[in-house]
Design a protein. Structure first.
Length: 282
């Protein structure tokens, strides 16, 4: 019964200060539902792409609603886009803060994966203390930090490209086909690696804000170390190619870095850096 007078005073004061106030009347039921959401799980959903369209946002918000989650806020993390097509920004990012009890995480992730095929990447994170205290980021190398598969580049130089591409069941069988290749080829490939767009900027910022970075790759240490030296990665774990008399033997040295080994290395790095694994990104 007093809200009208209060709002009038607020509007007068806002006008005096040159501030714009927006308000929306809500029902008591709406307010009670808002209060009742306190203490519910919170999540952050981030959309990133060249362009994030209304269709992308509609797909994400529909998937969120189907899981019974409530959207508390939608925030743009990049600048507004100009109307002129040729002047448009090369990237767009929007963040949704959502709250509630998640019905089926697997179903939500599947839907987000389907939407990501439409030109936008989507991340889904629990909004907790760990999200704000990440300390370690681990990257794959081939087709991630670089826009190629190094073993295919090596195979082409060795004249066995089609044979290597045809072998899919064993990475070590592919390495065997490289026997006799001169190691100087690796230096030439390294100097001409197609670096993924944005890597230099990413690494500059990560180092500036104190992140530790690692390459955990099923590729080869020679190329991982090249990236480490050029961009300042802290750790590199990959497969070591055996060299004798300046040529590849077609064998490897040490343990194979596969998916299982990458998981072990991630846990090991967290121990070395004295952080909780929830503070890592992989």
């Amino acid at each position: 019964d007093k809200s009208g007078a209060i709002l009038k005073e607020l509007l007068f004061k806002a006008s005096e200060l040159g501030v714009m106030i927006r308000f929306t009347p809500i029902t008591e039921e709406h307010y009670q539902a808002w209060v009742g959401r306190q203490g519910k799980n919170r999540y952050i959903i981030t959309l990133l792409g060249r362009q994030v369209t209304a269709r992308h946002i509609a797909g994400v918000t529909k998937a969120v609603a189907e899981q019974g989650l409530n959207i508390d806020a939608i925030k743009r993390l990049t600048g507004r886009m100009p109307l002129e097509e040729e002047n448009r920004a090369t990237r767009a990012c929007i963040e949704l803060s959502v709250r509630g009890t998640l019905g089926d995480k697997a179903v939500l992730q599947k839907r987000f994966m389907e939407l990501s095929n439409e030109g936008v990447d989507i991340s889904f994170q629990k909004d907790d203390i760990f999200r704000r205290s990440r300390r370690l980021i681990c990257f794959d190398m081939d087709s991630t930090l670089i826009e190629t598969e190094v073993i295919d580049e090596l195979a082409d130089r060795a004249g066995v490209g089609p044979e290597v591409r045809a072998v899919t069941e064993s990475a070590m069988r592919r390495i065997a086909l490289l026997r006799g290749l001169d190691v100087s080829v690796m230096e030439e490939i390294a100097r001409n690696l197609p670096i993924t767009e944005g890597l230099e900027r990413l690494m500059t910022i990560l180092k500036r804000v104190g992140y530790k970075t690692a390459i955990l790759s099923g590729g080869f240490t020679y190329f991982g170390n090249y990236l480490k030296q050029k961009y300042g990665f802290d750790y590199v774990y990959a497969n070591e190619l055996e060299v004798e008399e300046g040529r590849l033997t077609g064998r490897h040295v040490g343990e194979i870095v596969d998916g299982r080994r990458k998981a072990e290395l991630l846990r090991l790095l967290c121990q070395v850096e004295n952080i909780n694994i929830a503070q890592s990104i992989a």
